[in-house]
Design a protein. Sequence first.
Length: 257
Amino acid sequence: MKQEPKVRNQGTETKAGIVGMPPLAVIRKLNEERATIFDLDEPIVKKNMEDALPFLPRVYCAVLRTVVLNAMNLDLDLIYIDVGAGKCDSALHVAAVLRHYLDIPVIETRNSDTHPFGTVVCRSKMDLLKKMELITGGVTKTKPPNSTLPACIPTAGFWGVPPRDFSLLTVFPKTTHIYGWTRCMENKTPADIKLESHYNSDIPTVFFAQSFCAKTALAKLLADKHPHGLFVDADVTAGSSAKAKIQAFLELSGVSV
């Protein structure tokens, strides 16, 4: 029988880091233990991204480099990292890096959850940045963020992963529907490639991925297939050129922001 991983600070509140979306059973267990959960994908530690270079080369996406910065600077007891189809192959190698440099358990998971929780927030009328915060905030919980929001008629689409720099989202209208892996996040089925590949061909859609992320291939393919799609990638921050590019695309598409 496989033993539970030993964690330090026994008898005190567990501080657990998560990368990607570990299976619901893992999140439920951490919640039942009243653990403090840190989403290591988000920029928690205010450090220069260059500080990740001793551990991870620049060719890794900004999100995974952020994971490393957080893990190296937070006082964590253990880390759960999804390395399956619900995250990316690169996460598997990041797990090896963290396991080498840290003296805490780094536990690999593969999220194959299939029970759908719905995509109410993705289809609601709300500032896109606020919607993204609700969805990403839900990764530490076992229930969807909100089940009562009414759906709106979409005028634009955002397909892709949550950007490291959420300011990229401020140029979209409130009537933007979310697609791609972010929709899978809300649905709590991160490995659902069919749902991730879904988009609305009737609305102008921005297909986004972090620079150096493997999902740029799918984003570019779907943008090419879409009758009115725009492929955009960004590295650490959402520069003014990326925002201007999206804003011009929406304006030329007749979308009122």
